[in-house]
Design a protein around this ligand. Structure first.
Ligand code: ADP
Ligand code: MG
Length: 236
């Protein structure tokens, strides 16, 4: 099981408060989507969860365990920029983190082969990133997260660099992937349709604060204010 709890989370960069009193719980296997305008703190919140930024105040629990000050958390993050190593092949990109985790070679090969098949990149394992399309690169980035078999996946606008048509098909694939591999997903996007179709629950952020949390239907039918309504596209 993997429940993620953010309790009274705050983050400042110098005098600038970027995350303000955020309280969110993601249940085991839940697909939680963070939405909000550019600069509202979505990436910062993910980076706090990932342990890439230090929390200024508040607590992060994973399965009830306080990990606020732990550097090693059982999660994997997929970035908007893919962040692939250009000099490594697809297979090497996917296995690199596992080699540092001292996992046996045949187990690494098994995981890479399985994830590659799942993502339909098994015919690309010997290529380098520059010989891949944008969509293929994003699959490799997702594959690199999957092979770690984490309890929690963090996605920071993973589809925003893809063209509209590919975004739609990747969105469907992500939903299928989640149904297949499970895991708790925290997914950042500024795309309403993506949020509405993928989310079990949506968290609407504005200037570092949570405006509303609810199912896509909740937010659509009962937005707490015009900001949420505008963001979700409901007719309020
Ligand atoms: P979003 O992902 O929602 O677009 P970010 O989390 O990237 O927003 O940024 C939220 C705010 O925090 C922005 O005003 C940004 O300039 C600021 N910020 C993010 N990272 C840093 C940093 N390392 N130092 C100072 N300010 C930062
Ligand atoms: Mg961002």
């Amino acid at each position: 099981m993997a429940e993620l709890e953010l309790i009274a989370l705050n983050k400042s960069f110098g005098p600038t408060e970027v995350i303000r009193d955020v309280n969110v719980t993601a249940k085991d296997g839940e697909f939680v989507v963070l939405v909000g305008p550019s600069g509202c703190g979505k990436s910062t919140l993910l980076r706090l969860i990932a342990g890439l930024e230090k929390v200024s105040d508040g607590t992060i629990l994973i399965d009830g365990q306080d990990v606020t000050h732990d550097s090693d958390r059982d999660l994997a993050m997929v970035f908007q920029s893919y962040a692939l190593y250009p000099h490594m092949t697809v297979a090497e990109n996917m296995s690199f983190a596992l080699e540092n985790m001292k996992i046996a070679k045949d187990e690494i090969q098994r995981r890479v082969a399985e994830a590659a098949k799942l993502l339909q990149i098994d015919m690309l394992l010997d290529r380098r990133p520059k010989a891949l399309s944008g969509g293929q690169r994003q699959r490799v980035a997702i594959g690199r997260a999957i092979v770690r078999d984490p309890k929690i996946f963090l996605f920071d606008e993973p589809l925003s660099n893809l063209d509209a048509e590919l975004r739609v098909s990747m969105r469907k694939e992500l939903a299928r992937l989640h149904a297949k591999i499970g895991g708790t997903m925290i997914y950042v996007t500024h795309d309403q349709v993506e949020a509405m179709t993928l989310a079990d629950r949506i968290v609407v952020l504005r200037a570092g604060r949570v405006e509303q949390i609810g199912t896509p239907m909740d937010l659509y039918l009962n937005p707490v204010n015009k900001f949420v309504a505008g963001f979700i596209g409901s007719p309020m």
